[in-house]
Design a protein. Sequence first.
Length: 378
Amino acid sequence: MDEVIVVGGGIAGCATAYYLARDGVAVTLVEQAGLSGLASSANAGSLHAQIPHDPFRNLGPEWAQNYAQAIPFYMASLDIWRTLEAELGTDLEIGFGGGLLVGATEAEMAEIAAKAQVERAAGLPMELLDSRSLREHAPYLSESLIGGALCPIEGKANPMLVAPAFARAAQAAGAQIASYSGPAALRREAGAYTVTTDTGRYTADRIVIAAGSASGALTQSLGVTLGVQAFPIQVSVTEPAAPLIKHLVYSAGEKLTMKQTRAGSILIGGGWSARVDAEGRPVVDVENLAQNLSLARAAVPAIGGLKLVRSWAAFVNGTDDWLPILGELPGAPGVFLNYVPWMGFTGGPAAARAIASMVQGKAPPMAAPFDAFRPRAG
C-alpha cells in the first residue's frame, strides 16, 4: 500500500508528487491520459498576482475584498517560481517583465486606481502610470491608451515545460507515475481509499485529488459536493516576431491579455469563451476569436502584419468566489483537494507545496490564509 496517491497529472498533481517525494513520502501519481495534457499545457503561461480586472468590475467591491485574501498566496507562489528553474534543474522560460494593466478612458483609470488600492492593502506592489509613464514603460502600446498600473513581480513561463519538469523531478526523488491509466474511480473501504483505473488498482490511507475540473466528480464519490466548475476559454498565438512586448499586458476595458514568448510568438487571450461541441469538447468560437484579435491589434498596432499560427480551446477551473480550495475534505479524513481556479498555473507550485505539507500533518511553509481556502461542502 502506498503512503499517498495523487490523482491528476497536470501542474497541481505533478508538483504535489514532487514535494511529497522530496520529503521522503512514498507516492504514486495516476493520470488518465498524458501528463500535462489539459489545462496545465493549454493555458497561456501567465504568472499573475493582480486581482483580475473583469470580475473586479462586474462582481463589486465586496467580492474584491474577499478575493484579496488570495493575493499573499499568489505572491508566495511567484516566490517559488523565481527559483524553480534552479530547483528543477531545467529551463522553463520563466521571465518577470511585470504585469501592465492599461486603460483607455478616465473611467477605466478610476477603476484601475481603485483596484490598486485594494491590492496594495494586501501587500502587492502596484505603480500607477500616467500617459507619459506608460509610454516610457511600454512604447509599443497604442497612443489611445492613457495610463495604467504596473505590477513588477508578474511574469510568464512556458506551460508546455513545467508539469513534465515536476514529474521528472518527482520520479528522480522516488515517486511512481502511472500515466494513460484511464479515468479514476475513488472509493473508501476498510479504513483506506482505493483508486481504480483501467490499468491498475491503488490503495492508500491518504489521497490528493488534483484533477482540475474533474475533481468535483471524485469528491462527490465520497459524498462531498464542492463548488468546482469548468469554463471553456480560448487562446491564440502568432508567428514569431522581433522582441516587442516586454510585459504581461492586460486591458481594463475589454477581455484581453498579451505576452511575447522567448521564441518571439505573441500569445493573445483574456478569457474569451469557447464553444462546447456535441461531444463535450471545447472548440474555438470564431466570432469571439475575431473580437479578441481586433482588441489585440488596437492595443499593440505593430502586430497587425503578423500571421496567426494557431488558436485553441480548453477548460479552465473555476469557482464563484475565485478562491482556491485547498485542504482536507470534510467527512473524508485523509483526502486532500488541490484546486486553484482561474490561475492554477500561477498558483500551482504554492498549492502543491502547501498540500504536501498538510498531507504530512504540517503547516504550509508560507504566509497565506489557508483556513479561508478549506474545502466546505456545498
